[in-house]
Design a protein around this ligand. Structure first.
Ligand code: FE
Ligand code: ZN
Ligand code: FE
Length: 200
Protein backbone atom coordinates (compact mmCIF):
# COMPACT_ATOMS: atom_id res chain seq x y z
CA UNK A 1 0.00 0.00 0.00
CA UNK A 2 1.25 3.47 -0.88
CA UNK A 3 2.17 5.68 2.04
CA UNK A 4 -0.29 8.47 2.60
CA UNK A 5 0.82 12.06 2.04
CA UNK A 6 1.80 14.36 4.87
CA UNK A 7 1.25 18.05 5.52
CA UNK A 8 4.68 18.57 3.99
CA UNK A 9 3.43 17.07 0.71
CA UNK A 10 0.33 19.24 0.85
CA UNK A 11 2.56 22.27 1.50
CA UNK A 12 4.76 21.56 -1.54
CA UNK A 13 1.64 21.01 -3.62
CA UNK A 14 0.18 24.32 -2.49
CA UNK A 15 3.48 26.06 -3.29
CA UNK A 16 3.39 24.68 -6.84
CA UNK A 17 -0.21 25.80 -7.21
CA UNK A 18 0.67 29.29 -6.02
CA UNK A 19 3.73 29.49 -8.25
CA UNK A 20 1.50 28.75 -11.23
CA UNK A 21 -1.12 31.25 -10.01
CA UNK A 22 1.49 34.02 -9.89
CA UNK A 23 2.59 33.24 -13.41
CA UNK A 24 -0.98 33.36 -14.69
CA UNK A 25 -1.40 36.68 -12.88
CA UNK A 26 1.52 38.35 -14.62
CA UNK A 27 -0.40 38.01 -17.90
CA UNK A 28 -3.70 39.03 -16.32
CA UNK A 29 -2.25 42.14 -14.66
CA UNK A 30 -0.82 43.27 -17.98
CA UNK A 31 -4.32 43.10 -19.46
CA UNK A 32 -5.92 44.87 -16.50
CA UNK A 33 -3.36 47.69 -16.74
CA UNK A 34 -4.00 48.13 -20.47
CA UNK A 35 -7.76 48.22 -19.98
CA UNK A 36 -7.72 50.74 -17.10
CA UNK A 37 -8.52 54.38 -17.89
CA UNK A 38 -7.86 56.00 -14.51
CA UNK A 39 -4.09 56.72 -14.36
CA UNK A 40 -3.80 55.79 -10.65
CA UNK A 41 -5.50 52.49 -11.35
CA UNK A 42 -3.29 51.73 -14.33
CA UNK A 43 -0.23 52.56 -12.28
CA UNK A 44 -1.46 50.32 -9.41
CA UNK A 45 -1.82 47.36 -11.77
CA UNK A 46 1.56 48.07 -13.37
CA UNK A 47 3.37 48.32 -10.07
CA UNK A 48 1.69 45.17 -8.76
CA UNK A 49 2.81 43.44 -11.95
CA UNK A 50 6.41 44.31 -11.08
CA UNK A 51 5.81 43.16 -7.52
CA UNK A 52 4.35 39.89 -8.82
CA UNK A 53 7.53 39.18 -10.77
CA UNK A 54 9.42 39.58 -7.49
CA UNK A 55 6.96 37.20 -5.84
CA UNK A 56 7.75 34.58 -8.46
CA UNK A 57 11.48 34.96 -7.66
CA UNK A 58 10.66 34.73 -3.98
CA UNK A 59 8.76 31.46 -4.49
CA UNK A 60 11.80 30.11 -6.33
CA UNK A 61 13.83 31.00 -3.22
CA UNK A 62 11.26 29.17 -1.09
CA UNK A 63 11.62 26.01 -3.23
CA UNK A 64 15.39 26.40 -2.91
CA UNK A 65 15.24 26.71 0.89
CA UNK A 66 13.33 23.42 0.97
CA UNK A 67 15.68 21.77 -1.53
CA UNK A 68 12.75 21.23 -3.86
CA UNK A 69 12.78 21.65 -7.62
CA UNK A 70 10.97 24.73 -8.89
CA UNK A 71 7.73 23.47 -10.37
CA UNK A 72 4.25 24.82 -11.03
CA UNK A 73 0.97 22.94 -11.05
CA UNK A 74 -2.01 24.41 -12.83
CA UNK A 75 -4.06 26.59 -10.47
CA UNK A 76 -7.72 26.15 -11.41
CA UNK A 77 -8.88 28.69 -8.85
CA UNK A 78 -7.02 31.68 -10.23
CA UNK A 79 -7.75 30.51 -13.77
CA UNK A 80 -11.47 30.81 -12.95
CA UNK A 81 -11.04 34.26 -11.44
CA UNK A 82 -9.04 35.40 -14.47
CA UNK A 83 -11.70 33.95 -16.78
CA UNK A 84 -14.38 35.99 -15.03
CA UNK A 85 -12.21 39.09 -15.32
CA UNK A 86 -11.86 38.51 -19.05
CA UNK A 87 -15.64 38.28 -19.53
CA UNK A 88 -16.19 41.53 -17.70
CA UNK A 89 -13.56 43.23 -19.88
CA UNK A 90 -15.57 42.22 -22.92
CA UNK A 91 -18.70 43.97 -21.62
CA UNK A 92 -19.76 47.29 -23.08
CA UNK A 93 -19.34 49.65 -20.12
CA UNK A 94 -18.39 53.32 -19.98
CA UNK A 95 -14.79 53.92 -18.87
CA UNK A 96 -15.41 54.66 -15.22
CA UNK A 97 -17.77 51.69 -14.80
CA UNK A 98 -15.16 49.49 -16.47
CA UNK A 99 -12.54 50.79 -14.03
CA UNK A 100 -14.83 49.88 -11.11
CA UNK A 101 -15.20 46.38 -12.60
CA UNK A 102 -11.43 46.02 -13.11
CA UNK A 103 -10.93 46.83 -9.43
CA UNK A 104 -13.51 44.20 -8.50
CA UNK A 105 -11.72 41.63 -10.66
CA UNK A 106 -8.31 42.58 -9.26
CA UNK A 107 -9.52 42.35 -5.68
CA UNK A 108 -10.93 38.87 -6.24
CA UNK A 109 -7.47 37.78 -7.31
CA UNK A 110 -5.76 39.51 -4.37
CA UNK A 111 -8.10 37.86 -1.88
CA UNK A 112 -7.50 34.46 -3.45
CA UNK A 113 -3.76 35.03 -3.09
CA UNK A 114 -4.11 36.28 0.49
CA UNK A 115 -5.91 33.03 1.35
CA UNK A 116 -3.20 30.96 -0.34
CA UNK A 117 -0.26 32.78 1.27
CA UNK A 118 -2.00 32.86 4.67
CA UNK A 119 -2.18 29.06 4.58
CA UNK A 120 1.37 28.73 3.25
CA UNK A 121 2.82 30.91 6.02
CA UNK A 122 0.90 29.01 8.72
CA UNK A 123 1.93 25.61 7.36
CA UNK A 124 5.56 26.67 6.90
CA UNK A 125 5.71 27.82 10.53
CA UNK A 126 3.98 24.68 11.80
CA UNK A 127 6.44 22.52 9.84
CA UNK A 128 9.42 24.51 11.13
CA UNK A 129 10.39 25.97 7.72
CA UNK A 130 11.24 29.38 9.11
CA UNK A 131 13.11 30.74 6.10
CA UNK A 132 10.24 29.78 3.82
CA UNK A 133 7.72 31.24 6.27
CA UNK A 134 9.51 34.60 6.35
CA UNK A 135 9.67 34.81 2.56
CA UNK A 136 6.01 33.86 2.20
CA UNK A 137 5.03 36.42 4.82
CA UNK A 138 6.71 39.16 2.79
CA UNK A 139 4.54 38.27 -0.18
CA UNK A 140 1.42 38.02 1.97
CA UNK A 141 2.07 41.59 3.14
CA UNK A 142 2.45 42.78 -0.45
CA UNK A 143 -0.82 41.14 -1.48
CA UNK A 144 -2.64 42.81 1.41
CA UNK A 145 -1.16 46.18 0.51
CA UNK A 146 -2.14 45.72 -3.15
CA UNK A 147 -5.70 44.94 -2.08
CA UNK A 148 -5.87 48.00 0.17
CA UNK A 149 -4.47 50.19 -2.59
CA UNK A 150 -7.31 49.07 -4.88
CA UNK A 151 -9.87 49.88 -2.19
CA UNK A 152 -8.35 53.34 -1.81
CA UNK A 153 -8.47 54.00 -5.54
CA UNK A 154 -12.08 52.81 -5.76
CA UNK A 155 -13.12 54.99 -2.85
CA UNK A 156 -11.17 58.03 -4.02
CA UNK A 157 -13.80 58.58 -6.71
CA UNK A 158 -14.17 55.74 -9.21
CA UNK A 159 -17.09 54.08 -7.43
CA UNK A 160 -18.89 57.38 -6.90
CA UNK A 161 -18.35 58.55 -10.48
CA UNK A 162 -19.59 55.21 -11.78
CA UNK A 163 -22.63 55.44 -9.50
CA UNK A 164 -23.31 59.02 -10.66
CA UNK A 165 -23.13 57.84 -14.26
CA UNK A 166 -25.71 55.16 -13.37
CA UNK A 167 -28.06 57.73 -11.81
CA UNK A 168 -27.68 60.93 -13.81
CA UNK A 169 -30.99 62.26 -12.41
CA UNK A 170 -29.76 62.05 -8.82
CA UNK A 171 -26.90 64.39 -9.43
CA UNK A 172 -29.19 67.30 -10.30
CA UNK A 173 -31.34 66.47 -7.32
CA UNK A 174 -28.32 66.52 -5.03
CA UNK A 175 -27.23 69.85 -6.40
CA UNK A 176 -30.64 71.28 -5.70
CA UNK A 177 -30.60 69.81 -2.21
CA UNK A 178 -27.22 71.34 -1.60
CA UNK A 179 -28.29 74.78 -2.75
CA UNK A 180 -31.31 74.51 -0.51
CA UNK A 181 -29.12 73.44 2.41
CA UNK A 182 -26.72 76.34 1.87
CA UNK A 183 -29.61 78.76 1.86
CA UNK A 184 -30.88 77.23 5.07
CA UNK A 185 -27.44 77.24 6.68
CA UNK A 186 -27.41 80.94 6.08
CA UNK A 187 -30.70 81.11 7.93
CA UNK A 188 -29.23 79.12 10.84
CA UNK A 189 -30.40 75.62 9.84
CA UNK A 190 -29.74 72.63 12.13
CA UNK A 191 -27.27 69.77 11.41
CA UNK A 192 -29.90 67.24 10.33
CA UNK A 193 -30.57 69.14 7.13
CA UNK A 194 -26.98 68.81 5.91
CA UNK A 195 -27.42 65.10 5.07
CA UNK A 196 -27.47 65.50 1.30
CA UNK A 197 -24.23 67.46 1.21
CA UNK A 198 -22.35 64.94 3.33
CA UNK A 199 -22.77 62.28 0.67
CA UNK A 200 -20.23 63.99 -1.55
FE1 FE B 1 0.94 37.63 -6.10
ZN1 ZN C 1 -4.90 27.43 -6.76
FE1 FE D 1 -1.26 39.87 -6.07
Amino acid sequence: MAESGTLHDAFIDELRDTYDAERQLTKALTKLAKKATNPDLREAFESHLEETKGQIDRLEQVFGSLEEKVRGKHCDGIAGIIEEGKSIMEEDFDEVTMDACLIAAGQRAEHYEMAAYGTLVAWARALGHEEAADLLQETLDEEKAADEKLTEIAEAGINQSAADAANPGDEEEEEEEEEEKMAMAGAGAKKGKAKAARRR
